[in-house]
Design a protein around this ligand. Sequence first.
Ligand code: 48H
Length: 261
Amino acid sequence: MALSEIDITKCIVERFSRDFLEYSSLDVAIAGGGPSGMTAAYYLAKEGAKVAIFERNLHIGGGMWGGGMLFPKIVVQDDAVEIMEGFDIRLEPFGDGYYSADSVEVVVKTTAAAIAAQARIWVGISVEDVLIREDDRVSGVVVNWGAVELSGLHVDPLGVESTIVIDSTGHDAYVARNLARKVPGCRLLTDTGDVVGEKPMWAEAGEEEIVGNTREVWPGLVLAGMAANTVMGSPRMGAIFGGMFLSGKRAAEIALDRIHR
Ligand code: 48H
């Protein structure tokens, strides 16, 4: 068989365009492919929701790769064991109620589970804004290449519509922060009506509060993971990740409820 560069070009461009168009209208658009976003995608897709993750980096996994201070291990607590076992992740007990997992295994297995459940994962694509309708309801994401964001080039983005947007962008809580800044009179469902801001490390409180912080903070916008603690004003927790998986699952439940309403 003679290889043709043009056939390779056509194959890539046609297949990407086909898939991107198929996923331009979604039940749930997820900004950020860390542990909370990946878990949310898995539980949503498993229930038949049409869901895509937009991850600005060329790799998914967010803060999982780095474990704790580059030691490639993450810690989870009892509450999250069921979720981890659902992903077939091997856990090693440690002390009273802690488990360690290999950070590479966690990234790979959560991602494989989300893909097998039919979630679409786009890497190298940033969420730079949201779509807004009459009532200021969030009704989709505005996306651009991550490389465009990095380069600072002036390139206009594209829109993807969705019933729900999940902000799982981690410590920055990019989507909620952007919304609060841009919508006049926006009052998020927080104590201040604005992004309250992350508090210094306190593992127990940070983990205890994260599932409660996982909520629809504005019509159409659900928080997950560290973004939930940042927006609601709770502490960070360091390299314990159970709360991220529990929050991702909770975000999926909230989103499913809104979709079916
Ligand atoms: C597209 C974006 C954008 C954007 C960011 O940081 P993450 O791993 O987030 P979580 O909340 O799932 O997990 C948090 C955890 O990793 C962590 O940081 C912990 C436990 N910290 C505790 C502590 O004390 O430090 O993943 C977020 C992902 C990343 O991959 C970003 O690249 C991506 O979101 N992202 N993707 N568009 N605008 N902003």
